[in-house]
Design a protein around this ligand. Structure first.
Ligand SMILES: C[S@@+](CC[C@H](N)C(=O)[O-])C[C@H]1O[C@@H](n2cnc3c(N)ncnc32)[C@H](O)[C@@H]1O
Length: 397
């Protein structure tokens, strides 16, 4: 084994690979912390999936490089033992290689000046093994940025320039900058596997907490309608939590991934999927919950992929749209049974919160003669400069 010792070297008890995290005692962890940083061993073909899973758990250590081990395994640096990612072993890296962790540091070593660094990207997203980065217009050398990002993210295979999202089908506009040209990947998040090609379908890392929350709020055996299912952003965690989901999605590419992901996550029997306009599909029964994870075309057109604010964008309110999310409220209310929950998403100028989404929802509910009994508003992320992606959880009698 290269530069590693297993935590078992001193006869500490460890279980099978499935049980690794729970069998690592505080005693072992104390000793590991003293003797060297932790890494986990995974079979080489699982490297990318394992890195994403470890990253999602928040235990992947970007400060150290991955290293080959024996028996076709790869050592992945972690800050503490994972609890969700399946690993073959836990080891100490005796002489780890430390990575330069900051993009500016890497570029600086290549001779970038302070002025150049002002025009380097400030944030980027990692989706599976694909890095998506918005290149500032005055960036001195996008190829150098892309190579540096590949260097920073050991598990990444490709870097794409993120140039926005187009139209109702939310098609990403991307440009290949570095690495492999095949950009199909699997993004793992809290145990949910999202297969996708980020050059063909959108994925919003900033919505991670909301995707996880949907899996948490749903009850086993609930009937759910996900009106804008995409590749299964919310459908998959909800189905994995035991709900039966009717999922509608217009974009045929996103729909293909939705079907694939339903099978890959073992929930195909709980997902009734339609490659159709949500206005044309009525679930067989009134549902307990409706998810409206779409806020319309013109707001969507400027949706940055990454989770941070994009300060280059205007703080103007999005133009009025032919397919604004709130125009779908009557369809959602039609499907929702009395006492059911509606999750209504809206991209809203910060200065019009909390009133605008609340009043749009209130009017739509009033138009049906029903009653809004409980509304809670949350901030999902910053959509763009001055615009917030908000979600309202509403109970409707
Ligand atoms: C914004 S994406 C989903 C975003 C996802 N909820 C998230 O938070 O990351 C919205 C999806 O709705 C789909 N869509 C737009 N209008 C639709 C409609 N009328 N019926 C069904 N799907 C629609 C688009 O193709 C797109 O995949």
């Amino acid at each position: 084994m290269s530069d590693e010792r297993t935590v078992n070297d001193d006869n500490h008890d460890r279980g099978s690979s499935d049980e690794v995290p729970s069998r690592v005692t505080d005693d072992v962890l104390d000793r590991v912390a003293e003797d060297g940083p932790l890494a986990v061993l995974v079979p080489e073909p699982r490297t990318e999936i394992a890195i994403e899973s470890l990253r999602t758990e928040g235990v992947y250590d970007d400060e150290r490089a991955i290293s080959p081990s024996t028996d076709g395994k790869i050592a992945l640096p972690v800050t503490r033992p994972p609890t969700e990612t399946q690993v073959d072993d836990i080891v100490r890296q005796v002489d780890p290689t430390y990575r330069t962790t900051d993009l500016d540091d890497v570029l600086e070593t290549q001779g970038w000046t302070e002025a150049d660094l002002e025009n380097a990207p400030g944030s980027w997203a990692v989706v599976g093994d694909v890095v998506l980065v918005t290149i500032p217009p005055a960036c001195p050398d996008e190829e150098a940025v892309a190579d540096a990002l590949l260097d920073l993210h050991g598990g990444a295979a490709t870097v794409l320039a993120d140039e926005g999202i187009d139209g109702v089908g939310r098609e990403p506009q991307t440009r290949h900058l570095a690495g492999e040209r095949d950009t199909e990947t699997v993004h793992v998040e809290h145990g949910t596997h999202y297969a996708l090609d980020p050059s063909e379908v959108m994925f919003s890392p900033g919505n991670q907490a909301e995707r996880v929350r949907m899996g948490d709020v749903v009850e086993t055996d609930e009937q759910v309608l996900d009106m804008f299912a995409g590749i299964g952003y919310f459908t998959l965690p909800m189905a994995r939590a035991g709900a039966s989901v009717t999922a509608t999605e217009l974009n045929p590419t996103a729909f293909r991934y939705l079907l694939e992901n339903a099978v890959a996550n073992g929930v195909a029997d709980r997902i009734d999927a339609y490659n159709a306009d949500c206005r044309d599909v009525a679930p067989d029964v009134d549902v307990d919950r409706v998810v409206m994870g779409y806020y319309g075309t013109s707001a969507a057109d400027s949706d940055p992929h990454h989770s941070g604010a994009d300060t280059s964008r205007s703080s103007e309110e999005p133009e009025s749209r032919a397919n604004a999310g709130h125009e779908f409220l009557p369809v959602a209310l039609d499907a929702l049974e009395s006492g059911g929950t509606l999750h209504y998403h809206e991209a809203c100028p910060e200065n019009r919160l909390p009133d605008r989404p609340r009043s749009r929802l209130g009017s739509a509910v009033a138009d049906t003669g029903r009653e809004l009994v409980d509304v809670e508003q949350r901030r999902v992320k910053t959509h763009s400069a001055g615009v917030v992606h908000a979600v309202l959880d509403a109970t409707v009698e």
